[in-house]
Design a protein around this ligand. Structure first.
Ligand code: GAL
Ligand code: CA
Length: 366
């Protein structure tokens, strides 16, 4: 019965793609995570799924803004080229491990894994190795480097984490120099708060460290008032910012967020505290360039963000999986090299009001 419902759903989805409704990248909301069946199958539109490679995908959790865009890019890239089995790992590594076992039993020819816990890369690789199935890790990188995983048929698609910290730092430093009035207490020091992504995630660690390092290297003195993890999440971001506003008040001069999701929550907390009306302003920066953040940049509320390109990451991961599943060179059709850790790196870009179109294109908004 579930299968039948699934098929009907897929048919409706495919039909709406043809009629042009409901399939645009920016139409798709992150899942609320409340559906009980966490696996979806994407058949090829011509229904000749048997001739197409079967690829098993896990996403660390569907309820993540940026990964929703990446996931949709994967589905689009697979259309007509592969049969995808897609799983919501619900932010639980043991759920993900079980999903991998199930997909191996179903005979997938390659795995695309967005880990829950970056350290679990070796556990997944061991399973894949035993079954002789290649693995493409995406977005969450094994902290020691993918080349250190004891399985030859393993690659990574993502970004160079440090780059996002550097770019965010550069953006903040330039804006700070342009706005001497942001140094509210006039002490020549930037009093900031930092909202971090999940602990142990290479992107979160690097963004936290290198953004501030860059600002300091530009000769700007900084003072950290608060730093905590908001787990990439808007609701948690709002809670943290509300607490800090209560505690630190207008001592806060700058808000750095490891991602835009948390920045959206921060802006809500600030609005509730009277910011962004009249002359009350607080500089907020993020990373990802999700459409909601781009709107805030256009409105002059957020200062800037860093483009994390979901289309290229999603598309490359699926292309590489199809390549290795069909015994082609892993990089066939990919306009990139592997670095020394067996990773394809998609570059980050700084985004402000001036070049917002670049980000809109990367998110399929225009
Ligand atoms: C980051 C992204 C975050 C979140 C995280 C999940 O690259 O900037 O918003 O999606 O990946 O692993
Ligand atoms: Ca100051």
């Amino acid at each position: 019965m579930k299968k039948l419902m699934g098929l009907i759903l897929v048919t409706i989805l495919v039909m709406s793609t043809f009629t042009g409704c409901g399939s645009k990248q920016n139409d798709v909301e992150p899942s609320t995570g409340d559906n009980t069946s966490n696996e979806t199958q994407t058949k090829n539109k011509d229904n000749e799924s048997t001739s197409k490679p079967k690829i098993g995908v896990t996403i660390y959790k569907y309820d993540d803004n940026f990964m929703t865009y990446t996931r949709n890019a994967m589905t689009a890239a697979a259309e007509g080229n592969a049969e995808l089995i897609m799983n919501d790992s619900q932010n639980n590594q043991s759920v993900q491990n079980d999903q991998v076992d199930v997909m191996i039993n179903k005979g997938v020819q390659a795995l695309v894994i967005n880990l829950v816990d970056p350290g679990a890369a070796t556990t997944i690789a061991d399973k894949a190795k035993a079954a002789g199935i290649p693995v493409i890790f995406v977005n969450k990188e094994y902290p020691d480097g993918t080349d250190k995983i004891d399985y030859e048929s393993t690659w990574y698609v993502g970004t160079q984490s440090k780059e996002s910290g550097d770019i965010q730092g550069k953006l903040v430093a330039a804006a700070w120099e342009e706005h001497p009035e942001w140094d509210r207490n006039g002490d020549g020091v930037m009093q900031y708060v930092m909202l971090m992504g999940e602990p142990g995630h290479p992107d979160a660690e690097a963004r936290t460290k290198y953004s501030i390092e860059y600002i300091e290297n530009e000769g700007i003195k900084t003072e950290e008032l608060e730093k905590q993890t908001g787990m990439w999440d808007a609701t948690k971001g709002k809670e943290l910012m509300t607490t800090w506003l209560g505690k630190e008040g207008d001592k806060i001069e700058m808000v750095l967020c490891n991602n835009d999701g948390m920045a959206l929550g921060v802006v809500e907390a600030l609005k509730a505290d009277g910011y962004f009306t009249d002359d009350k302003f607080m500089p907020v920066v993020g990373v990802d360039a999700i459409p909601e953040a781009l709107d805030l940049i256009e409105e002059g509320i957020m200062v800037g963000t860093v483009l994390n390109d979901p289309l290229n990451q999603g598309k490359s991961a699926i292309q590489m999986a199809i390549n290795v599943a069909t015994e082609k060179d892993v990089l066939e059709g990919i306009d990139s090299e592997l670095d020394e850790t067996k990773a394809v790196r998609v570059p980050y870009q700084p985004i402000t009001k001036d070049n917002i179109k670049l980000a809109k294109r990367a998110y399929g908004m225009e």
